[in-house]
Design a protein around this ligand. Structure first.
Ligand code: NA7
Length: 538
């Protein structure tokens, strides 16, 4: 940058977009730890982000509750009691509302105040936000806490949807009054995590449920159970160790791989290892398992075969069983799903399955769904069709950096960033869980990002620098490192939101660093410890 603009007093020091896990903690950190004037702008009418919006039946987190929370406050850890292994949406929303109250955050959160655009103005060196309620607001720093998914629901362009005479909804934009399924003929389109969570619950309420599946999915069982006060107390007693392990782990969970290749063990040992992890449930099957399941195709095939067999064992009808068994992608190539009672649901007499790969949807009519084979009469259609992930929430706002550079244009062929935290051409814009950051247990990643960003701001104030921005060379090197790591995993072999392949026309790129959370974290911390190498401080 050639010129240093005159310093002007902005409306706030830090403007934060979003009041979910990321925005709430950023607000606390900026305001109560750094002593800055900070304000969070939230489009919804409540705090909670993803957990405010995703109110569909069966919505539950598939990170375990005791690590799906903040670690920064010992008092908060001491006082919060989770009711079960996996927290359901209402419980997480209560938790985040409790956090907002406990740390007196609400006075600096502006609800139903969508940020429509954010523009960096070279002349005054400030971000100018166009907000729905307050008009123009200026800030020195802009921090995005807009989540990976929730604000960018994907509604496929299926002909006739608007003419459907019954009720339809996307799971990520659920009506506040709920949907009464009793006595209704219901369709669910989509069998990602959301479909897999909602299908068993809707099946219990509806007269008839028809699932429209395009691609069968691998799942691992949740093995959910309730959590007693004693169990929570023993977790609390070990929290220091839990967080330490999570921070050095592959996925932000307090587990590590068993250190072995699946190819080194005998078939009996492999079977026993997988079975034990299966019984424990959830993401342990990946993160507390063999070290090479996601990187060696032969090791992966052992896991894929095991899970396929487990699926087949749960489904009675042979035709449905085969339709539900994934064959076109390896385990883990799509984002793994944690399920409760999903496959057994297809044994119910009121549930049927339509294979869209054989009989695609032609159109939605006033009374149902017309496939190439038949018409399905329906009262309710649920779209569990996912999200324009990671970049979608950014693309829905107009963000402009230096000299009018539009983020949309910069990312037209796919996003670039340095560590997923900063973007060259966008001074003082910091992203929490932005494109190019790491895939892992979100609250752990969020806390690290917030603390890293707060550390950078504190460093800038200490050494008297006004602007921080990714060095373009560092950004390119990070893109190469990400591509290199991704090419050594099975992830590019599946069409999923993590690669942009779920959205027609979206550039195909791996949106995360897939190395390991611990490696990523160490890299970010090393950057901070070496005066923010790769960040231009001016
Ligand atoms: P996902 O995982 O992206 O799943 C979306 C599902 O919708 C998936 O089964 C898709 O099939 C299906 N889909 C998408 N478009 C269509 C059309 N046009 N026709 C039929 N079926 C379609 O989204 P989720 O909401 O389930 O989960 C997202 C994340 O939220 C999840 O990973 C967790 O992190 C939380 P496909 O497999 O592409 O053939």
């Amino acid at each position: 940058m050639s010129q240093v603009p005159a310093r002007q007093e902005p409306d706030v020091d830090v403007a934060i977009i979003g009041a979910g896990f990321a925005g709430l903690y950023m607000l606390y950190r900026a305001r109560d730890v750094l002593g800055l004037r900070a304000k969070a702008y939230e489009a919804s009418d409540g705090v909670g982000g993803t957990w405010h919006l995703n109110r569909y039946p069966g919505a539950r987190c598939d990170s375990e509750s005791y690590v799906y929370c903040y670690s920064f406050s010992q008092e908060l850890l001491d006082e919060w009691q989770w009711s079960g292994k996996y927290p359901a949406q209402p419980e997480i929303l209560s938790y985040l509302n409790h956090v907002a109250d406990r740390f007196d955050l609400r006075r600096d959160i502006s609800l139903t105040n969508r940020v429509l655009s954010a523009r960096f103005v070279d002349d005054d060196g400030l971000w100018h936000l166009d907000t729905q309620l307050d008009g123009e607001v200026t800030s020195r720093y802009l921090v995005t806490g807009i989540g990976l998914l929730a604000s960018a629901q994907y509604v496929p362009a299926i002909e006739g949807l608007d003419g459907f005479a019954g009720t339809w909804a996307h799971t990520g934009d659920w009506p506040t009054e709920g949907i009464d399924f009793a006595g209704k003929r219901v369709a669910v389109i989509g069998t990602g995590s959301t479909g897999v969570q909602s299908i068993p619950v809707i099946a219990e309420q509806a007269a008839a449920l028809t699932v429209f599946q395009r691609t069968p999915q691998f799942t691992v069982p949740a093995q959910h159970h309730s959590m007693s006060a004693d169990e929570m107390a023993s977790i609390r007693a070990n929290y220091a160790e839990v967080w330490d392990k999570a921070q050095h782990s592959a996925g932000g969970f307090p587990w590590s791989h068993n250190g072995r290749s699946a190819l080194e063990d005998t078939p009996e040992e492999v079977e026993a290892t997988f079975e034990s992890l299966w019984q424990q449930g959830g993401f342990r099957f990946i993160f507390a398992s063999y070290r090479d399941l996601m990187i060696d195709r032969r090791a992966n095939e052992l896991a894929s075969q095991f899970v396929r067999r487990k699926i087949r064992e749960q489904v009675i009808d042979p035709r449905v069983r085969e339709l539900l068994t994934p064959a076109d992608h390896p385990f883990g190539a799509k984002r793994p799903i944690v399920d409760t009672n999903y496959f057994a649901t297809y044994n119910r007499p009121n549930v049927s399955l339509v294979d869209l790969s054989d009989t695609p949807i032609k159109r939605i009519t006033a009374t149902g769904i017309q496939t190439t084979e038949e018409h399905h009469d329906l009262d309710v259609i649920i779209l569990a069709t996912g999200f324009d992930a990671v970049t979608g929430p950014f693309m829905r706002m107009n963000i402009e950096g230096r000299e009018g550079l539009a983020l949309r244009d910069k990312w037209a062929a796919g996003p670039t960033s340095y560590l997923g935290l900063t973007v060259s051409g966008f001074p003082n814009m910091f992203m929490i869980t932005g494109p190019g950051s790491v895939f892992g247990n979100i609250p752990v990643v969020v806390e690290h990002h917030v603390e890293w960003i707060a550390g950078l701001i504190a460093h800038m104030n200490k050494i008297g620098r006004s602007f921080a921005e990714a060095d373009p060379d560092a950004e390119s090197a990070w893109a190469s490192a990400m591509a290199d790591v991704a090419s050594r995993t099975v992830v590019p072999l599946g069409d999923s939101w993590g690669t942009g392949k779920n959205i027609p026309g979206k550039p195909e790129t791996v949106l995360f660093f897939l190395g390991s959370y611990g490696v990523y974290r160490a890299r970010c911390d090393q950057v901070a410890a070496t005066d923010y190498t790769g960040i231009m401080l001016t």
